[in-house]
Every structure is written in C-alpha cells, then in structure tokens.
Design a protein around this ligand. Structure first.
Ligand code: G3P
Length: 226
C-alpha cells in the first residue's frame, strides 16, 4: 500500500516528502480553504505541491455540469503531468470522467460510498477511486467494511479495458482519521491510503518504540561510560 498525504499544506507536504515514504498528495476544496487559500493562487499552489512531491497530485474540480468539469479538468491537468483531476461520483462526474479519460487525463473519482459507485467509476475510465472511510464511521456505519467490499468487488473483474490512459483503477482509502484506519486499509488490500499529516505521524509512533529507544540509550551510556 502506498501513502498519499491528504492536505494542501505545503509545509506538511515538504516534511512528509523528506521522510522518503510519500507517493502522492490529495487535496480538496475544504483542505485548500483550511490553509486560507485564495482562488487567484490556486493554480500556483497546485504547481508548488507538484514541485514538492514525486507522484500524483489530486486537484478537485468544483464544477457540477459535465462540460464545465471537463473544461476545469483540462485546465488542472495542464498545470503539471502529475495532476490527477478529482471528480465526484455523480452522473455528470461519470460523463466528464469518461471524456477526460478518453483524452488521457487521469481522474480520481471522489466521494465514493458504495460498491456500485466504485464499479461505475472504474467503468468511466477513472484512474483512482476514493472510498471515504471516516465519513461512514461518522454516521455510525462501518467505513472499513465498505472499503473492503469495494476492494473485493473491483478485484472480481478485469477492468483494464475501461480506461484509455492506464491499465486499471487503484483504490484510495480516503477520509482516514487514525492509524487504525490505515491498518484496516492495508489488510483490506487498498492500493493507497491518503492520510492527514497527523495520521502519518501517528503511523510512525509507537510507545514501545519510544520505550525501547529509551532503554537502548540508557544502556549505551553504561557502555560508553565504562
Ligand atoms: O480525501 C478526502 C478526505 O479529505 C476527506 O476527509 O476527514 O474530511 O472526511 P474527511
């Protein structure tokens, strides 16, 4: 499973990239708003993210009609070969994704909450599909179980003929809220987990690692002081 960072914060992206484990970045309108982003800076900001990470960078279309999604998608894709256009799973989004995929633009279909939505995303030529785990948990349903169903259902088929620009679709576990979600995503066979920076940090940390380091440090001092 690959790790993407789910943020628009350049500092977080630079820091995570320096760890050598980052395979991509996903953003959405809320994440850009959270860092105080301005519309006039958006394209420059996406380019900066692409400069920081060696991998795909999802930038979301905010249009609702297919023609507008396609136009926005083309403009976003023109910013960098790294850009993947994020499009919601709606009727308009599916039609736009098919048009973009036929032009060779990679699409990440977002706001996916069901197996039928995920299969339709694959059939529309999407390069990625993003089931939202945490938002299911928010409504007292089991997000991991939904993710597992989607991974299993997509795995039942050879979807390589669906897209033009790629071989098959990858599942991005999104709306990941904690390291437990990351464990579940990996066990369920998600291709990618896109995680907030605080979750990435939580994935590194373990109290027994800290305790072990402390013990090694104390014992090594005995050696060096002997
Ligand atoms: O990638 C989508 C993700 O950002 C949504 O996360 O925490 O807003 O549900 P959240």
């Amino acid at each position: 499973m690959k790790f993407f960072l789910d943020t628009a914060d350049l500092g977080e992206i630079a820091e995570a990239a320096s760890w050598g484990v980052l395979a991509g970045v996903t953003t959405n309108p809320s994440l850009y708003a959270r860092i105080g982003g301005k519309l006039s800076d958006f394209e420059t900001h996406v380019r900066r993210i692409c400069d920081l990470v060696d991998g795909p960078v999802s930038a979301e279309s905010t249009a609702t009609g297919r023609a507008d999604i396609v136009a926005q998608g083309r403009a976003l894709a023109a910013l960098s070969p790294q850009v993947v256009v994020k499009v919601p799973v709606t009727v308009e989004g599916l039609a736009a994704t098919r048009a973009l995929a036929d032009e060779g633009v990679r699409v990440n279909m977002t706001l996916c909450f069901s197996v039928p939505q995920a299969i339709l995303a694959a059939r529309s030529g999407a390069r990625y599909v993003s089931p939202f785990v945490g938002r299911f948990d928010d409504i007292a349903e089991d997000g991991a179980s939904q993710l597992g169903d989607i991974v299993e259902a997509l795995g039942n088929y050879d979807l390589s003929s669906c897209g033009v620009a790629h071989e098959t679709i990858e599942v991005i576990a999104a709306s990941v809220r904690n390291a437990g979600h990351v464990t579940q995503a990996a066990l369920l066979g998600a291709d990618i987990a896109t995680v907030p920076f605080k979750v990435l940090k939580a994935c590194v940390a373990h109290p027994l690692t800290d305790r072990g380091l402390d013990a090694f440090d104390k014992d090594w001092k005995k050696v060096t002081n002997a």
